[in-house]
Design a protein around this ligand. Structure first.
Ligand SMILES: Cc1cc2nc3c(=O)[nH]c(=O)nc-3n(C[C@H](O)[C@H](O)[C@H](O)COP(=O)(O)OP(=O)(O)OC[C@H]3O[C@@H](n4cnc5c(N)ncnc54)[C@H](O)[C@@H]3O)c2cc1C
Length: 419
């Protein structure tokens, strides 16, 4: 299989003649999205599938220039320059184009995700990194209740797996990771509920399955939704888990979570780890809205850095600021007992009274952080955050400028998109 992942250096004209264009009007948007949000993955592909050395890769950024049926073209550009047209043209390292072949050609853009994930899995494996998994997991709902004004906690369980010696293992659900996310299958519950209603109405369950138009009627507006594993732990014969869902009106994810009853199953179809390794040292700031509070809470509980972080917590409603009240931060590993007393995190609350999206929110966060740092002089070394797409996009350059940090130390993820 590895021989399929040929990497060649060539110019774009050659590629055009050699590879099959997909001619899909959505390609430009997909390329822009990958270049904006997945730069580290592109650098990973160059590291694993080309002959570029680590030293060379340290000097460059990367961007996809096109997606073909057979693979993707990735071009090197000067570090920190996201727009190719403004890139300096005079280094031999820059503007090289590498072709990274898919394991199997695609015929339409819809097939890209599967091939991209395969590339990512192969690259992460070679780099020794945790990667995305396309496994199905089934949890049982135990309970659900509000933990702050608009945050619903789902308590879930899953039987422990037994290994060959009969010992219990919890490897199927990570108990020691912050920000581990699951893609929940909302259709599973819509279909199951329709099936139950249908059979209690006197129809045969099997008949329901064959009726495609009725199936279409129960399908939720959104087939799946990402939620974070807020916390998971081993308890007797099972794994227990919390998932915290922000309720913000009549939406598919919120309606799904609110309707869940004890004893029902929930199904996940994809899972992936969060990018938080850079937080092991230095003074960190975590910047969260309601969707990323669960990741930050678990990060604090598993805090693996002697210096406590500053948490910038943006909520629409003041009633959700209490989310962190009961979160206890673990002392950094290197902390001795004496310094533990001081080892607490600080929350800088921002209440907006409106949905937390858009570039204006980035400006607000940046200026509140600036004011805080003027009053409490701190040298911030690392940033982790997860926000709405336009907020994240606008915030990254503001933070890099304000804090004088490199891209690698400023991880601001997109957790949701405003319509
Ligand atoms: C890796 C990852 C982990 C995540 N973890 C969590 C988690 O633990 N808990 C959690 O609650 N969310 C989490 N999210 C975010 C969640 O997946 C999105 O907010 C998702 O859009 C919610 O779906 P929905 O059906 O409620 O709304 P959608 O169907 O996406 O949208 C319906 C409407 O609601 C608006 N909307 C969507 N999200 C928000 C929001 N957060 N605030 C205000 N308006 C919004 C949209 O603009 C739209 O108008 C995570 C996302 C990712 C990518």
């Amino acid at each position: 299989m590895t021989n399929l992942l040929l990497a060649t250096t060539e110019n774009t004209d050659n590629q055009n003649s050699q590879y099959t264009p997909l001619n899909d009007p959505e390609i430009a948007g997909v390329v822009a999205h990958i270049n904006e949000e997945h730069l580290d993955e592109l650098l990973g592909f160059l590291s694993v599938f080309t002959s570029l050395s680590t030293a060379e890769l340290d000097l460059v950024d990367a961007q996809i220039t096109d997606i073909y049926a057979e693979g993707i073209a990735i071009q090197t550009c000067p570090k920190g320059v996201e727009n190719q047209s403004t890139a300096a043209q005079n280094s031999s390292l820059y503007n090289q184009t590498f072709f990274i072949a898919f394991a199997a050609p695609i015929s339409q853009l819809d097939d890209l995700q599967a091939q991209y994930i395969l590339l990512k899995q192969r690259a992460d494996k070679k780099l020794g990194k945790k990667t995305i998994k396309l496994t199905k997991q089934v949890f049982e709902v135990q309970n659900s209740y509000r933990i702050s004004k608009n945050m619903l906690r789902l308590e879930l369980s899953m039987p422990s797996l037994s290994d060959v010696e009969g010992a219990k293992s919890s490897t199927s659900v990570p108990t020691n990771e912050a920000g581990y996310a699951y893609l929940f299958d909302l259709e599973h519950n819509a279909m199951t509920n329709a099936l139950i209603t249908d059979s209690t109405d006197g129809n045969k369950a099997g008949d329901y399955k064959t009726n495609d138009s009725e199936k279409e009627n129960v399908r939720p507006a959104r087939p799946h939704c990402y939620y974070t594993l807020r916390k998971a732990w081993q308890a007797d014969d099972e794994i227990r888990a919390w998932v915290d869902v922000f309720l913000h009106g009549d939406t598919p994810g919120g309606n799904w979570a609110t309707a869940l009853q004890a004893g029902e199953t929930v199904v996940t179809k994809r899972e992936f780890p969060e990018k938080v390794e850079h937080l092991r040292d230095g003074q960190a700031v975590l910047i969260v809205d309601e969707t990323s509070m669960p990741t930050a809470a678990r990060l604090l509980e598993l805090w693996n850095n002697p210096t406590p972080p500053l948490v910038v917590c943006v909520t629409q409603d003041a009633g959700d600021q209490s989310y962190f009240d009961n979160v206890k931060m673990r002392s950094g590993l290197d902390c001795d007992t004496e310094s533990r007393e001081d080892n607490h995190f600080t929350v800088l609350p921002i209440v907006t009274n409106q949905p937390n999206s858009g570039a204006e929110l980035a400006t607000l966060i940046d200026s509140k952080l600036g004011d805080y740092l003027t009053e409490n002089p701190l040298q911030i070394d690392k940033v982790w955050g997860a926000l709405e797409a336009n907020t994240a996009k606008a915030l990254r350059p503001l933070l890099k400028d304000r804090l004088g940090l490199s891209r690698i130390d400023v991880v601001v993820k997109v957790y949701w998109r405003h319509d």
